[in-house]
Design a protein around this ligand. Structure first.
Ligand code: FAD
Ligand code: PHB
Length: 389
């Protein structure tokens, strides 16, 4: 089989890139290790920046998002001293859109189906070959048979645990990493959201977040030690702990119900360089991970796709190979911007093991500045709603 761009990974990055390329008349093949149902069932991101929303419109799959996405013009931060709101609209004239990653992938799969995309699920043992030459190829196995795809370029969209990043020789890779000493226990429930906008809570018992997917579906998170496992957290224990960390009036009036999904995610900041190795380009979580505190992961994946789409269009449609050199520097600038913001949000909102009284005072002072200084709110709102592409 032959294609112009082989895409490894059928998550949001891979599907969005495939959809944009196909609309530009460039052929793609997507290889996904899991089943489609598995990809569609993964409950992850919930907040989209305007840039990501615009990308989905450009990809021709923004109709349902325009109908069902909920604009949020601010968010709340809760501290021991009370709750305050950062008004994104007033500070930077922007908003974010609440629309689940599951909905995004569903819309992308529907658009890809309509466009006649070639997507192979349950593609196993994917391996990348001759990346440094002019004729790279991909091998994989499906239903016990070996297959080969010849291509011009390969997009590594296979997430943090994928093989694309590992295909760059270890001695040529630099990895920048911070692993945080806690995780997030997340619960999805068919209940009305606790508040109209998100609440990020700094609490002596640990961080908590009240989020949502739509008016009848809520998403909540609490900081937990990495040694905890999901089985150890009954629904009752979860709600009890969440309520203790949210403002009392919110906790009193909030609706609770059975968890329809419950999972623990570790928190990590990570960037791998280079993003390009010959004809391979790393995109999204394959290249970088941010802690979810800033709601940046999926949004960064969308901006990577934007830069790579422009680079590939230049190289393939205009025969301008120099366009490919632009991908990494453009993407990295934005990636490090989101790294800094996610790290900062994580640092000011969580309880770190061994946190000293000094650390505690600094955290309180950061939150007080955010509450009282307009310039601090402008910076926060600018970053939360998305740095420019
Ligand atoms: P992935 O979604 O990981 O997709 C990669 C795909 O590649 C997967 O389908 C995988 O099965 C496939 N794959 C892996 N290995 C192989 C292989 N060897 N061969 C073939 N296929 C392979 N981001 C936000 O922007 N906002 C949020 O509010 C937010 N909240 C989050 C909350 C949680 C709890 C978590 C865990 C993440 C959150 N994120 C958020 C991050 C966001 O979900 C990710 O950044 C996003 O999924 C990245 O998309 P991706 O396509 O690059 O990678
Ligand atoms: C979510 O709704 O899943 C969500 C929202 C905001 C975050 C992280 C996750 O910062």
């Amino acid at each position: 089989m032959r294609t112009q761009v082989a895409i490894i990974g059928g998550g949001p990055s891979g599907l969005l890139l495939s959809q944009l390329l196909m609309r530009a008349g460039i052929s793609t093949v997507v290889l996904e290790r899991q089943t489609r149902d598995y990809v569609l069932g993964r409950i992850r991101a919930g907040v989209l920046e305007r840039g990501a929303v615009e990308m989905l419109h450009r990809a021709g799959c923004g109709a349902r998002l325009a109908r069902e996405g909920i604009a949020h013009e601010g968010c709340n931060l809760s501290t021991v001293n009370g709750m305050f709101r950062v008004d994104f609209q007033a500070r930077v004239g922007e908003a974010v859109t609440v629309y689940g990653q599951t909905e995004v992938t569903q819309d992308l799969y529907a658009a890809q189906d309509a466009a006649g995309a070639v997507i192979f699920h349950e593609a196993l043992n994917v391996a990348l070959h001759d990346l440094e030459g002019s004729a790279p190829w991909v091998s994989y196995e499906k239903d016990g048979q070996s297959h080969r795809i010849d291509c011009d370029y390969i997009a590594g969209c296979d997430g943090f645990h994928g093989i694309s990043r590992q295909s760059i020789p270890a001695e040529k890779r630099t990895e920048y990493e911070r692993v945080y000493p806690f995780g997030w226990l997340g619960v999805l429930s068919r209940t009305a959201p606790a508040a109209e906008e998100l609440i990020y809570a700094n609490h002596p018992r640990g961080f908590a977040l009240a989020s949502m997917r739509n008016p009848t579906l809520s998403r909540y998170y609490i900081q937990v030690p990495l040694s905890d496992n999901v089985e150890g957290w009954s629904d009752h224990a979860f709600w009890d702990e969440l309520k203790r960390r949210l403002p009392a009036d919110v906790a009193e009036s909030m609706e609770t119900g059975p968890a329809i999904e419950k999972s623990i995610a570790p928190l990590r900041s990570f960037v791998a360089e280079p993003l390009r190795w010959g004809r391979l380009f790393l995109v999204g979580d394959a290249a970088h991970i941010v802690p979810p505190t800033g709601a940046k992961g999926l949004n960064l994946a969308a901006s990577d796709v934007h830069y790579l789409f422009e680079a590939l269009q230049g190289a393939i449609l205009e025969r301008d190979d120099a366009a490919l050199d632009q991908y990494a520097p453009r993407a990295l600038k934005r990636i490090w911007g989101a790294m800094r913001f996610s790290w900062w949000m994580t640092s000011i909102l969580h309880r770190f093991p061994g946190q000293s009284d000094f650390d505690q005072k600094i955290q309180e002072s950061e939150l007080l500045q955010l509450e009282t200084l307009e310039s601090a709110q402008v910076t926060m709102a600018r970053n939360y709603t998305g740095l420019p592409y």
